[in-house]
Design a protein around this ligand. Structure first.
Ligand code: PLP
Length: 372
């Protein structure tokens, strides 16, 4: 049997990559903000329609460095969502800050702004919401609350590559947004990431932080780290960007087929995304296909996951458990009621979606779901 994973990395033709990396054997400049690093930064700024962009070695370091750049006092609180990949929460804790977990909205899985204000204390410094599955957070309400209490907003936009909202690039919202270009994401540079923002000072600050805090040859001003993207990754990024529209068109085909065939299955629910909502202001990037297995479905999420697994189909329980429940965080932070997040974590299942997923495989997956 052919193992089917939840995702598969998009790659340019081998010959194209081999040709593109040849100049590196002449220059011997293979990292440290080289030619291709600069080129990719400029191209991604255009593609994502953002004023400023800083490339990073991965999405996680993009988050960590961005939080560090704002220089919040140790022990400050950051309001965030537990319904995300563990990286979001790690980036807060590794900066010696305290995550305060806010519940999510049942319709799209993003942070519920109605529950936000109650969590603000005199120690709150920032809000870190996630555009989970590429679903756009309520950026307007979050912004107005942030302004009222003088908080920074940093979006984890790891899932939202290329998404626009009201015609604007999603990376234009808040004080900064981070993207992941990991191999498993909709767009990849093998490993990679970026931070997008409006203010130029943040570009300079991140440039410094991702290079050990070094200024010139003899001066170190910040306790930075190493978060630079290398030239091989940047070239992969340039090529994948060139082929992105084909990749997205193919993902759209997969996405639409799931939607059409599963929409009538009793007990299977979708989250609200562009294509299911009249007058929705954001565009979908077809990065994920999460379904919710409702109580009325004959078997529960775990059993459905298992049935797919028996056919070597590796759907994923994204996101279960909640990050707040993970072994490394359990009972460490303020205990909060998270009924919606808890329920969604129990019911959600992300189905395989990637460029080149065959229709036949999709029908096999959907048959297993229907026969349940
Ligand atoms: C993938 C991901 C990250 C981390 O990105 P990497 O590039 O893998 O370091 C952070 N947050 C979310 C929500 C992610 O899905």
């Amino acid at each position: 049997m052919n193992r089917i994973n939840v995702t598969r990395s998009s790659m340019p033709p081998y010959e194209e990559f081999a040709e593109a990396i040849k100049p590196l054997w002449e220059s011997h400049w293979i990292t440290n903000m080289g030619k291709y690093h600069k080129e990719l930064e400029a191209e991604l700024r255009d593609y994502l329609a953002v004023p400023e962009l800083s490339l990073m070695v991965n999405g996680h370091m993009a988050l960590e460095m961005t939080i560090q750049a704002f220089g919040f006092p140790e022990g400050s609180e950051v309001i965030t969502t537990p319904f995300t990949f563990i990286s979001t929460t790690h980036s807060i804790v590794r900066n010696h800050l305290i995550p305060v977990f806010c519940d999510i909205r049942p319709e799209d899985g993003t942070l519920d702004p109605d529950k936000l204000e109650d969590l603000i204390t005199e120690r709150t410094v920032a809000i870190l919401p996630v555009h989970v599955y590429g679903n756009v957070c309520d950026v307007e309400v979050i912004q107005s609350i942030a302004e009222k209490y003088n908080l920074k907003v940093i979006y984890d936009a790891a899932h939202a590559f290329g998404v626009t909202y009201g015609g604007e690039g999603i990376g234009c919202f808040g004080d900064a947004s981070i993207f992941s270009f990991h191999a498993t994401k909709v767009y990849n540079t093998i490993e990679g990431g970026a931070v997008t923002f409006r203010d130029r000072w943040l570009y300079d600050k991140l440039y410094n932080l991702k290079n050990f805090g070094i200024h010139g040859e003899e001066l170190v001003t910040d306790v930075g780290a190493n978060a630079k993207m290398n030239e091989f990754a940047a070239i992969m990024g340039l090529l994948n960007l060139k082929h992105l529209s084909e990749a997205l068109a193919d993902r759209c085909r997969v996405y639409e087929l799931y939607r059409r065939e599963l929409v009538d299955v009793p007990g299977i629910r979708f989250l609200k995304t562009d294509s299911s909502q009249e007058g929705c202001k954001f565009s979908n990037n077809f990065a994920y296909f999460p379904i919710l297995v409702e109580g009325s479905f004959p078997i529960d999420r775990d059993a459905l996951h298992q049935r797919l697994l028996e056919q070597d189909i590796h759907s994923r329980k994204y996101f279960y458990p909640l990050t707040s429940d993970q072994a490394c965080f359990k009972n460490k932070f303020r205990k909060l009621n998270l009924p919606v997040a808890r329920d969604m974590a129990k019911r959600v299942l992300s189905l395989p979606i990637y460029e080149g997923l065959e229709e036949e495989t999709q029908y096999k997956i959907m048959d297993i779901i229907r026969k349940a």
